[in-house]
Design a protein around this ligand. Structure first.
Ligand SMILES: [Zn+2]
Length: 428
């Protein structure tokens, strides 16, 4: 085995036309950093002329070399380059010259497929693009370009939609048309299907109309939060889809209303305001989870108390607060235990004495009653999308914000592992 063979092995170069001379490795300082330069020669007999296509014969002459410096993955953590002398040929048939090609790099490009592949793989992690650029000895814009090229390879199938979908939104980048961007995913496989720049009704209508009617008719359940435009969108474009309101959003809606009530009472009972402030969590906590057995010394009170005692103390201050709290707990219990009968029964009654803030929430629940019933009869939630949204926040933070929406989108899709590296890059 020759040293060329082992060097190719070391650098993971599959192109056997590349050979190395005796003193092929040079250590130089480039921009103050010690770098390795491997000197290789690319030479083989071409099959035909690149320009006129004539098959190789005696009229082909060797015509010097063209040298280019190609970025390749690091060796021993040093920046590494391959200085490749590429054989040039002169074609006597068309009087023109051409340079031999190699499989390790694209034509007119100085960054090897291996490096591009490594960048694409690294972009799937939560790491900033300038860090990727530094690690692979390329510029930030190269990292950008590689990520873009992956995004372009993702094509949508407009004839197909999964049976169960999740709709959600996230705060987008500044350049995006809408303040919020729309994201939807398959509720079963948890894969993102697409991200749309603007979540406003008109743009969503235009977007979903691109899908065939058959694809849209296939959808059976769509999980949404309580955002009215989604409902009109689904009614218009998804004829067989049941609307499911996300359980988490329902609970959040209730607890917000109760919290507003608490704040009003905190201002009313100035003497106890600290207690209201400190123990806000006890009001929102599910009643069955409260501690009823062990006594602890607590702030704001002079004696040892259980959680339930603190709660009762606050509720006894005002009957309106008590009534609101009871209704909140009833609704919460019905939701959590998926007790449809109990839930419908609660909504039928017109409760007296409950706070104004909670009445509004109660009315919303009445309006969306049929959709909330779907929540309790199916197991679909927006859980998968919430997880994705958390990742999006991380991506945004590590990149210190994104200017281009499309770039942001391709990065999200990459991190979510949806875009597979292009075949071209894999083949290298
Ligand atoms: Zn020719």
């Amino acid at each position: 085995m020759s040293h060329s063979y082992f060097t190719r092995k070391l650098l993971n170069i599959k192109d056997k036309h590349i050979t190395f001379e005796k003193d092929y490795l040079e250590e130089v300082k480039m921009k103050g950093v010690t770098s390795f330069i491997f000197k290789g020669i690319l030479s083989y007999q071409p099959t035909h002329c690149e320009h006129c296509g004539t098959l190789f014969d005696s009229k082909f002459k060797k015509h010097g070399f063209k040298t280019s410096r190609i970025v390749i993955p690091k060796v021993s953590l040093h920046d590494t380059y391959l200085e490749l002398k590429k054989q040039r040929y002169y074609c006597g048939h068309c009087q023109s010259t051409f340079t031999l090609k190699t499989t390790i790099v694209e034509k007119n490009c100085y960054i090897s497929y291996h490096t591009k592949h490594a960048i694409a793989l690294e972009a799937q992690n939560k790491i900033s693009e300038s860090d990727i650029a530094r690690r692979h000895q390329v510029s930030h814009s190269t990292v950008n370009r590689v990520i873009h090229s992956f995004y372009e390879s993702q094509t949508l199938n407009l004839n197909y939609l999964p049976e169960n979908l999740c709709f959600d939104e996230f705060k987008s980048v500044k350049s995006a048309q809408g303040h919020m961007s729309f994201i939807f995913c398959d509720a079963d496989s948890k894969q993102i299907i697409d991200i749309i720049e603007d979540r406003r009704l008109s743009s969503l209508q235009t977007y979903f109309k691109r899908y065939t009617k058959e694809a849209r008719s296939r959808v059976k359940h769509i999980v949404i939060d309580m955002y009215a435009p989604y409902i009109s969108l689904i009614k218009e474009l998804f004829p067989h889809a049941k609307i499911v309101i996300d359980k988490f959003h329902l609970v959040q809606h209730l607890s917000r209303a109760l919290n507003k009530t608490r704040i009003r009472f905190m201002k009313k009972f100035k003497k106890h305001s600290r207690k209201f402030k400190r123990y806000w969590r006890l009001l929102l906590k599910s009643h069955s989870l409260l501690n009823t057995t062990t006594y602890h010394s607590v702030h704001c009170f002079k004696q040892q108390m259980r959680e339930i005692d603190i709660l009762n103390f606050l509720l006894d201050l005002d009957p309106e607060l008590k009534a609101t709290y009871d209704l909140y707990q009833d609704l919460l219990f019905a939701l959590q235990t998926k007790n449809l009968e109990r839930f419908n029964h609660l909504l039928q009654e017109t409760p007296s004495l409950i706070s104004l803030e909670f009445q509004t929430a109660f009315q919303t629940f009445k309006t969306y009653q049929s959709y909330i019933q779907n929540t309790m009869t199916t197991s679909y939630t927006n859980g998968p999308i919430e997880g994705i949204n958390n990742k999006i926040k991380v991506i945004k933070r590590i990149a210190f914000g994104y200017r281009s929406f499309y770039h942001f989108k391709s990065r999200i899709l990459m991190v979510q592992n949806l875009t597979k590296p292009k075949v071209k890059i894999l083949a290298a």
